[in-house]
Design a protein around this ligand. Structure first.
Ligand SMILES: [Cu+2]
Length: 338
């Protein structure tokens, strides 16, 4: 009886130490999603069960090895035991009960992680060897990284162009396969701002290890700004240089001083109509051909060349921070004004 009491105490101590050890080493990264909470809750009870079972097996084993070791010279047989019905019923019923309880807990946590928010923001995810891309159908652009506002459910509709991949952000806990020819859904509600990483969790070829994308969870305000930036980028990419040039000329205020219909604006400069390729007379009496080099010099260093009959242009491209690419677009636009 004394042995049972000692082993019982040792099992409890060992179970507690194992549990503290397992939780102390930080098995899990931060909880960055609402779904991580029920999953970690469930996981915690499993760690408790694991610690107890570990102690229940290892402690009696080691105790027996040490305490009941065969004495020197003792060659007698051990006692023969013919089964114990009470013990067998006990060790069948208790685990059965534990497994049923865990099944209920599992169903509950699964239900919590799958909870649907009808307001969820849809993002279409396409995986291919070896990258993810994220399309935002509500905003009309595609991004290489996943950017999302905090505290808002995301519904990722995922598909693959080639083989099976898997979407896994450890901080979100939930993992979902991405299968070609099929759409799989992944719901997540980020609750912690930060930069995480999605990694492919299904060996998908030679570049599998490098198949990662950044996942950035930000405030709603920063997300809105990012959307605006991305939309502007998408718009610029879909425009011709002439279209961009016209918009740039508007935003830099060129049209306050230059017309495009041949008229002269008060206190302005020459009209841009028919400007490109024409000959202009400068203040010093010389004549120059209007080509790209001349326009660049006129805008970036206005004092160097002043058109006869006009006061020098007060707009200075260099001071205004006009870039070479922007000026090239403006020139492309001026060239269309014939
Ligand atoms: Cu992959």
């Amino acid at each position: 009886m004394l042995h049972f009491i000692i082993v019982g105490i040792l099992v409890i101590v060992m179970a507690i130490l194992t549990y503290l050890g397992l939780t102390g080493i930080g098995l899990l990264p931060v909880q960055a999603s609402a779904q991580a909470i029920p999953i970690d809750w469930m996981f915690n009870y499993q760690v408790i069960a694991i610690s107890f079972l570990f102690a229940l097996i290892v402690v009696p084993l080691v105790y027996s090895l040490i305490v009941f070791r065969r004495k020197k010279g003792d060659t007698t047989d051990a006692e023969h035991i013919e089964g114990n019905t009470t013990l067998e019923i006990t060790w069948t019923v208790i685990p059965l009960f534990v497994v049923i309880v865990f099944a209920f807990m599992g169903a509950k946590s699964l239900g919590d992680t799958r909870r649907v928010d009808p307001q969820a923001m849809v993002i279409n995810v396409t995986a291919q060897q070896f990258a993810f891309s994220f399309e935002y159908p509500d905003y009309g652009f595609t991004s290489k990284e996943l950017y999302a506002p905090v505290n808002k459910q995301l519904l990722l509709k995922m598909t693959s162009r080639d083989v099976i991949h898997s979407f896994w952000v450890p901080e979100f806990r939930v993992k979902q396969d991405i299968v070609p020819g099929r759409f799989t859904e992944y719901r997540i509600t980020p609750i912690l701002e930060g930069v995480y990483k999605v990694r492919c969790a299904e060996v998908c070829g030679g570049g599998h290890a490098g198949m990662r994308s950044s996942v950035e969870i930000v405030s709603q305000e920063r997300f809105d700004n990012w959307v605006k930036e991305k939309q502007a980028e998408a718009l610029a990419a879909s425009q011709t240089p002439e279209e961009r040039g016209q918009l740039l000329a508007t935003s830099y205020g060129c049209f306050g001083c230059h017309s495009v219909d041949g008229s002269l604006l008060p206190n302005g400069g020459p009209s841009w109509l028919g400007l490109f390729g024409s000959q202009v007379e400068l203040e010093d009496g010389s004549t120059v051909l209007v080509d790209e080099a001349y326009i660049i010099q006129s805008v970036m260093d206005p004092a160097s060349q002043v058109v006869k009959g006009f006061s020098p242009m007060t707009f200075n491209g260099t001071d205004a921070g006009l870039t070479d690419a922007e000026l090239a677009d403006i020139i492309a636009y001026i060239m269309t004004l014939k």
